[in-house]
Design a binder for this molecule. Structure first.
Ligand SMILES: Nc1ncnc2c1ncn2[C@@H]1O[C@H](COP(=O)(O)OP(=O)(O)OP(=O)(O)O)[C@@H](O)[C@H]1O
Ligand SMILES: N[C@@H](Cc1ccc(O)cc1)C(=O)O
Length: 461
């Protein structure tokens, strides 16, 4: 473990939720900026003094998430991890749900206007994202300062348009707003430019920072590098809005964006998002993504950014990858296990591992109903009546389930040793299934060949 991380744990244990910021000022804190830098989690900071300030004082730090989908995704996990590192170093994490900003739409990194979401959709999305943030920020460091979860609809909802123009808009310069990348790129591209609504987005996010500073003493905003303009806008506004600034300096910190193999940003609106909610992507599929989609050339970077493993351990893995006896994919296995455990808990990881084993080509693992249920979403399935299964020849069942085109083909395959029932090989072509083959009286896993598996749901009459 690197010195900074060792110290971070020590200080975390010593700091309590109730510890007032003033008392913490006297202590020397672990350098969260150093930890983040060593892990490749810093793209930009608005002012280099953040490192010194964060080492001396407990800060409140926020990251915002707009409710544009029901779940967060792997790219968003970086914001949660950065908040968690602040928390581990004794700072107060604040997660902000964009109930208001989600109704406006951030133009950052988007070449087209965002569609307007219905009120119901936004509320559903807020609830889904809130569940994830609550779970992950609480489990990331149960002993650190308790995370705060806020929704910016709570302060924008009651603000009138005139109030906004007077109390916020008056302090923003249109020239500066036009110079932000997100606006400039829309104005310069052939297309429809940008709506007034999305143009004002930067002011809403800027005012969030002002409001959070006033009401919760927040001094740092973190976000992906696409958020730099909005974050700087907040720091600027802070200096201008009367009564917003205190003598305390405020900071922005951005982290690099996680990209897909084609170099584009992993996003929630993009297709094939790697969702964090289990009902949108099973722990098994989440695990499989990390296991199979991250090339050797990226895996160490991902281990540093997406896990809390100590850097010494990651360095040992990196060295092992160069050794002739390196077992291919070991680093990806560690990455997949660590991130799945963080997102889905130990139970989710164990389910993902069991399913991986059960579905592995030629697997001979013993199956239980839980594992079979997990497989249900991952392998094709068929539904048969109990009379079509119990006391019926295996070959007939394979045909009825659609696993083989004819009884003759099924029998040949059984005879050739290519068929398994619940992962146990069957080689008698006349084999009949019995009630004892049904797991919990309702499930059966058939395999024809190493990769072709089918879950059969058996309906009792
Ligand atoms: N691929 C990514 N890598 C790192 N951070 C990301 C990534 N995608 C989003 N973020 C960050 O997550 C935070 C919340 O992003 P937000 O949910 O509003 O947008 P998004 O996930 O990018 O969605 P969309 O695809 O609709 O733009 C921001 O700080 C953003 O920079
Ligand atoms: N603009 C951020 C989300 C956000 C919303 C409100 C904020 O105050 C901060 C961040 C994004 O789209 O990624």
């Amino acid at each position: 473990m690197k010195k900074a991380e060792k110290r971070s744990c020590a200080v975390r244990a010593a700091s309590t939720v109730a510890e007032p910021v003033a008392a913490a000022k006297a202590t020397s804190r672990p350098s969260v900026v150093q930890v983040l830098r060593e892990r490749g989690l810093i793209q930009d900071v608005t002012n280099d003094t953040l490192e010194a300030v964060a080492s001396k004082e407990a800060l409140s730090v926020y990251c915002g998430f707009d409710p544009t989908a029901e779940s967060l995704h792997l790219g968003n996990l970086l914001g949660i991890i950065v908040l968690s590192w602040f928390q581990r170093c004794g700072h107060q994490p604040v997660a902000l749900l964009g109930g208001a900003t989600g109704r406006v739409g951030d133009p950052s990194g988007r070449s087209l206007e965002r569609p307007i979401l219905s009120e119901e959709e936004i509320e559903r999305n807020v609830a889904g994202i809130r569940r994830i943030l609550e779970k992950l920020l609480t489990s990331a460091d149960p002993t650190g300062p308790k995370p705060l979860l806020l929704n910016n609809l709570d302060w924008f909802g009651g603000m009138s348009f005139l109030g906004f123009l007077r109390d916020v808009g008056k302090y923003a310069r249109v020239g500066t707003m036009l110079s932000r990348d997100a606006v400039k790129s829309r104005m310069e591209a052939d297309g429809e430019g940008i709506s007034f609504t999305e143009f004002t987005y930067q002011l809403l996010q800027g005012y969030d920072f002002v409001h959070l500073h006033r009401t919760h003493g927040v001094r740092v905003q973190v976000g992906g590098s696409d958020q730099f303009g909005n974050i700087v806008g907040g720091v600027d506004l802070m200096r201008k809005v009367p009564g917003a600034t205190t003598t305390q300096q405020c900071f922005g910190l951005t982290f690099p964006l996680l990209t897909k193999s084609d170099g584009t940003k992993m996003g929630k609106s993009a297709s094939g998002a790697v969702w964090l909610a289990a009902d949108k992507l099973s722990p098994f599929k989440f695990y499989q993504y990390l296991l199979t989609s991250i090339p050797d050339s990226d895996v160490i970077k991902f281990l540093k950014m997406l896990t809390f493993l100590d850097l010494g351990e990651i360095a040992r893995l990196e060295a092992a990858m160069q050794a002739p006896d390196y077992k291919p994919n070991l680093a990806q296995q560690v990455l997949a296990a660590e991130v799945t455990r963080f997102v889905h808990g130990e139970e989710g990881l164990q389910q993902a591992l069991k399913t991986t084993q059960a579905l592995a080509p030629g697997a001979r693992t013993q199956l239980d109903a839980d594992t079979l249920e997990a497989i249900a979403g991952e392998a094709p399935s068929a539904s048969l009546a109990v009379e079509q299964v119990v006391e019926c020849p295996l070959a007939d069942v394979m045909v009825a389930a659609g696993l083989q085109p004819s009884k003759g083909a099924a029998r040949r395959m059984i005879k050739g040793g290519g068929v398994a029932v619940n992962n146990a090989k069957v080689s008698d072509e006349m084999h009949k299934l019995t009630a004892a083959d049904l797991i919990e009286g309702r499930l059966l896993l058939l395999a024809a060949g190493k990769k072709n598996k089918m879950l059969v749901r058996v309906q009792q009459s």
